[in-house]
Design a protein around this ligand. Structure first.
Ligand SMILES: NC(=O)C1=CN([C@@H]2O[C@H](COP(=O)(O)OP(=O)(O)OC[C@H]3O[C@@H](n4cnc5c(N)ncnc54)[C@H](O)[C@@H]3O)[C@@H](O)[C@H]2O)C=CC1
Ligand SMILES: O=C(O)[C@H]1O[C@H](OP(=O)(O)OP(=O)(O)OC[C@H]2O[C@@H](n3ccc(=O)[nH]c3=O)[C@H](O)[C@@H]2O)[C@H](O)[C@@H](O)[C@@H]1O
Length: 562
């Protein structure tokens, strides 16, 4: 354990092995790649096994709450992990074969540990069943030894701090439930990304609403990335735990750490104070996003010179001090977190009177927005400023590959700019996104858009691209690559899982998911119409190979000679 506190060491307890291996019914994991199954580690050096923890509650069954709870449950078979949400539809989805979150390895993991109906429970009595999904917050909170707050914390869009500060409505609402129902001695864990100082605020709130009742508040931010959540949770670079620098605060941190040490080596657990932990989460995201904006700013230079951004990125990434990751130029960063966490960091700096610091970080977001605008305007200028009468196909709507998450989709911003030019059609294909999610996200940036007029959403990439004057590759899906000799990529296609009604409770029979493979560019190119432009917003395509098919290619971060 790496402790940053000045007080004495907490590592005195003898090692204890996990009491039993997680029970996974073999029939439940036949389609789970072995490499995706979290590996249980034995022989822990520093932390005792889950100190008297029997019940854990997650509030928020989202992208973080669901996968994190599942991995925690798998590795702590003696602990009941209950995930509660105020959205009954979401809970129903978690109970069905069609989970609300697409993540490689998640389906099989949830099936392996989820508690099913009584009927199914009897038939699967050999299976570990310690993961529960419900809407019964009061009951779950009342028995929980540890409560993870995993609710959404978006940017506040009204009043003081609009556009920058964090909207804590969901978090504070959930905290009110905790204050009402949690038992004395419960440990409350901030899993959501929150503004610095939130733990202090929560402590005060609890002291006011439950005077004299002991609670501990910890910060334990999540660093998983979507599309690799199970892998990230299984082998995290670090688990960060911030606690009050008091004996009971440290003890609470040890109790939480003892759950993690069921599979995470002790030396990857880092303890800090709560402020450091809260701030570290914002800074981690800000630094990652800063690298993307930096390389994207260079891509703009490359497009006007002879340099190629991938070559520049490779050359600098080989410097061990810089490293190769997060240097892929593209359309900028999308997703629900980078932009809002940078805004939150900047807002914090501003509220501390550090305007120059705030401005420095805001520039990362500004550069990000410009990257998308530059791309959309490049498309328009390739058509001499006139898109009227032209069909454009968009490949990819999610904010990155391997996820169906459409929040802060890069495609939506690009489409918003293109729609102003009145093209005849914008056809969208994404192998992971549901049509209603695409439409909902699109409406947040273009409120008047309707699927009935210009925008069409397809489940078949060939239909989407047929008769298109231009194709825009917006998501870095491997399915869109044209790398010669590469094997087809097979993947679940949640577009095809629409046959069940939203409230279907017995949809196992409908759970066979057709797959989609790497698209055939020769077929796509053949069915395009002149001028046959392909705009590669992700630097994904082999330009020379594609040009052999008679299309014109414009790739981010490269000068195009057409
Ligand atoms: N999505 C990601 O990859 C990551 C997200 N985070 C952070 O984790 C937090 C959660 O993010 P997501 O899981 O993406 O959000 P999400 O929006 O997918 O899930 C949040 C869930 O909380 C529920 N909820 C809100 N208020 C509630 C209440 N009072 N009681 C019960 N349920 C309530 C919502 O219905 C929703 O299902 C955010 O703070 C985010 O910044 C951190 C790391 C990665
Ligand atoms: O707090 C969060 O929500 C999470 O945010 C990111 O995870 P995520 O947003 O899921 O995905 P990333 O892989 O970081 O990608 C973010 C965006 O940047 C883009 N990106 C990423 C890397 C790169 O080199 N270039 C690039 O354009 C991606 O396509 C995507 O649009 C962080 O990577 C996680 O560590 C963090 O926990």
């Amino acid at each position: 354990m790496d402790a940053l506190f000045s007080e004495g060491s907490s590592s005195s307890t003898a090692p204890t092995s996990p009491s039993s291996s997680p029970l996974v019914h073999p029939s439940e994991i036949d389609d789970l790649k072995l490499s995706q199954l979290p590996q249980v580690r034995h022989g822990l050096e520093e932390y005792p096994r889950n100190l008297s923890v029997k019940d854990v509650c997650f509030i928020g069954a989202g992208y973080v709450g669901g996968p994190t709870a599942a991995v925690l449950a798998l590795h702590n078979p003696a602990v009941t992990v209950e995930v509660v949400d105020r959205d009954p539809h979401r809970i129903q989805q978690w109970k069905s074969p069609h989970l609300p979150v697409h993540e490689p390895g998640l389906d099989a993991l949830v099936r392996a540990v989820r508690k099913d109906s009584e009927e199914e429970t009897q038939s699967a009595s050999q299976r570990q069943q310690n993961l529960v999904f419900s809407c019964e917050s009061a009951r779950a909170l009342a028995k929980a030894d540890i409560i993870f707050m995993a609710v959404n914390t978006p940017t506040k869009m009204f009043g003081v701090g609009a556009g920058c500060a964090t909207n804590m409505t969901a978090f504070d609402g959930a905290m009110r439930d905790v204050a009402t129902y949690a038992k004395a001695g419960a440990i409350i864990v901030e899993k959501s990304t929150v503004p610095g100082g939130t733990a202090d605020r929560v402590r005060k709130m609890l002291a006011a609403s439950r005077p004299g009742v002991p609670f501990e508040v910890l910060s334990n931010p999540e660093f998983l990335a979507e599309g690799s959540a199970i892998e990230n949770l299984t082998t995290p670079d670090r688990v960060l735990i911030g606690s009050a620098a008091t004996p009971s605060g440290r003890q609470a941190a040890r109790t939480l750490a003892s759950l993690y040490t069921a599979w995470v080596p002790s030396d990857r657990i880092l303890e800090t104070n709560t402020w450091s932990s809260e701030l570290a989460k914002l800074v981690a995201n800000a630094m990652l996003a800063q690298r993307i904006s930096s390389i994207n700013s260079i891509s703009a230079i490359c497009e006007r010179t002879g340099a190629e951004v991938d070559q520049v990125a490779k050359a600098i990434g080989l410097d061990a001090r810089i490293g190769p990751q997060f240097l892929k130029a593209g359309l900028g960063f999308g997703g629900s977190c980078f932009r809002k966490d940078i805004a939150s960091l900047a807002y914090l700096a501003e509220s501390l009177g550090l305007d120059d610091v705030a401005e420095y970080w805001r520039q990362v977001n500004t550069m990000n927005e410009r990257q998308r605008d530059r791309f959309a305007h490049k498309v328009i200028s390739r058509f001499d400023g006139n898109l009227v009468g032209h069909k454009l196909a968009i490949l990819g709507f999610a904010f990155k590959k391997n996820t169906g998450d459409t929040r802060e989709s890069l495609a939506a911003d690009v489409i918003r700019v293109l729609l102003e030019e009145r093209p005849s059609e914008i056809a969208i294909f994404d192998p992971f996104c549901r049509a209603d999610d695409i439409m909902r996200e699109l409406k947040t940036v273009c409120p008047d858009v309707s699927e009935r007029d210009v925008v069409k959403i397809h489940t078949d990439p060939y239909l989407a691209c047929s008769q298109a004057h231009a194709i825009l590759v917006v998501t870095d899906c491997d399915q869109f690559r044209n790398t010669p000799g590469k094997k087809p990529i097979w993947t679940h296609n949640s577009n095809f899982v629409q046959s069940c009604a939203a409230d279907c409770t017995d949809c196992r029979a409908h759970s066979t998911r057709p797959t989609t493979e790497a698209i055939e560019w020769p077929r796509i190119a053949y069915n395009m119409v002149e001028p046959k432009w392909v705009f590669d917003g992700r630097g994904l395509l082999d330009v020379a190979e594609l040009e052999k098919l008679g299309v014109r290619v414009d790739s981010v971060g490269r000068r195009t000679f057409h």
